[in-house]
Design a protein around this ligand. Structure first.
Ligand SMILES: [Zn+2]
Length: 306
C-alpha cells in the first residue's frame, strides 16, 4: 500500500473538496460563490462543536447563513463550501447532534471528517492570530480567510501547521510503546513529538525516541500522515528500527516505556491490562499495521477499553 493510500485510512485525512486556492484572492469570484444558491456553510457552536446527523455534517444554505463572515473552503463539484467564523445557535439544526472534533471524527463519513478538520484548523489559526507577530498591530483576514494582513507593517501571516512525528519503533519481535502520567491507567501509545527548527523528520524521530526512552534508532521510514487540528498539528507517522532494547527514561515526558510482543499486546487487550489510543489516532493505525505485518493480527477484531 502506498503512503497516499495509507494516509486516506487516517481519520481527518480524506478530502473530496477542490480547495480552488488559486481563486481565493479573486474577490468578485468569491462573492459570486457566496451568493450561489448551491453554496453551503459549515458552522460551529461556541464550544467548537459541529452539527452531525446520520454520519454527515449538516450545512446551512446561503439564506440561513445571511451575511455572516465566512472562510471559503472550496468546491464540492459546483457547490461552494464556506466555514462560518462566528458561532451558530443550535436551533439552526434542532435535529442534529452537536459534536466536537474527537467525537465527530469516527462517526462522520471520511470526507466530512476531513472537511471538519480543515474548517476547524483554519478557525483555530484565526482565533490564535489576532495581532501581528512583528509589530503587534491588529490583523485583517484576507484571501477569503486564508491569510492575515497587518495594517501597520504590511506583513502577511500564513496559517501555520506544526509538524509532529509519531513512530512505532521495533526490535525483532517487539515494538516500543510508552505512557504519560496524565493518561488513563494502563494506556500505552507510540512515541511522538514536535519537529524542531533546523531538523529533518528523520532526525526528529531519532531524537524523540532517544530523549524519551534512551533507545537508539538505526533507521526509519515514512508511512502516512494525519491532519491533527488540536490545535494545529500535522502528524507524520513513521516505522523505525532500534539498535537494541535498552530503555532509559531520560527527559521525564514518559512515566513508563516497554517493549511489547504481538502476543503481549493481544493478551493485554483481552485481559484489560493494556489500553491503546483511540482508533481516531495515527498511533492506533501504526500499531495495527505492525500487528498485521508481524503477526497477521487484525487490531480491529480485538477488544478495546476506550
Ligand atoms: Zn505588523
Amino acid at each position: 500500500m502506498t503512503s497516499a493510500e495509507t494516509s486516506r485510512r487516517n481519520i481527518f485525512a480524506v478530502s473530496a473538496l477542490d480547495r480552488a486556492a488559486e481563486r481565493r484572492d479573486d474577490e468578485a469570484w468569491i462573492a459570486a460563490q457566496r451568493a450561489s444558491p448551491a453554496a453551503r456553510f459549515l458552522g460551529f457552536d461556541g464550544e467548537a462543536r459541529a452539527p452531525v446527523r446520520s454520519g454527515r455534517l449538516r450545512l446551512l444554505d446561503a439564506a440561513a447563513a445571511g451575511d455572516a463572515p465566512a472562510n471559503f473552503l472550496g468546491l464540492y463539484g459546483d457547490a461552494p463550501v464556506f466555514g462560518l467564523r462566528e458561532p451558530v445557535a443550535h436551533d439552526a439544526f434542532a435535529d442534529a447532534e452537536w459534536l466536537g472534533l474527537r467525537a465527530a471524527g469516527p462517526v462522520l463519513a471520511p470526507d466530512d471528517a476531513g472537511l471538519l478538520a480543515y474548517a476547524r484548523g483554519l478557525l483555530n489559526w484565526q482565533d490564535a492570530t489576532r495581532h501581528c507577530a512583528y509589530c503587534g498591530a491588529p490583523l485583517v483576514l484576507v484571501s477569503a480567510g486564508h491569510r492575515a494582513s497587518c495594517g501597520s507593517c504590511g506583513r502577511l501571516h500564513f496559517p501555520r501547521t506544526d509538524p509532529a512525528v509519531i513512530v512505532i519503533v521495533e526490535h525483532h519481535d517487539a515494538c516500543l510503546l510508552g505512557r504519560q502520567t496524565a493518561w488513563r491507567e494502563r494506556q500505552y501509545s507510540t512515541l511522538a513529538g514536535f519537529v524542531e527548527p533546523g531538523e529533518s523528520l528523520e532526525e526528529a524521530v531519532r531524537r524523540e525516541v532517544r530523549e524519551e526512552t534512551g533507545v537508539e534508532v538505526i533507521d526509519c521510514d515514512y508511512r502516512s500522515s494525519q491532519p491533527w487540528p488540536f490545535p494545529a498539528s500535522l502528524m507524520l507517522g513513521f516505522t523505525a528500527t532500534a539498535a537494541n532494547r535498552d530503555i532509559r527514561l531520560a527527559d521525564g515526558e514518559l512515566e513508563d516505556a516497554r517493549w511489547f510482543t504481538a502476543s503481549g499486546i493481544v493478551t493485554g487487550l483481552r485481559d484489560g491490562s493494556l489500553r491503546l489510543s483511540s482508533p481516531l489516532s495515527i498511533s492506533y493505525r501504526l500499531i495495527g499495521h505492525w500487528l498485521r505485518l508481524r503477526a497477521g493480527i487484525d487490531l480491529d477484531t480485538l477488544p478495546r477499553a476506550d
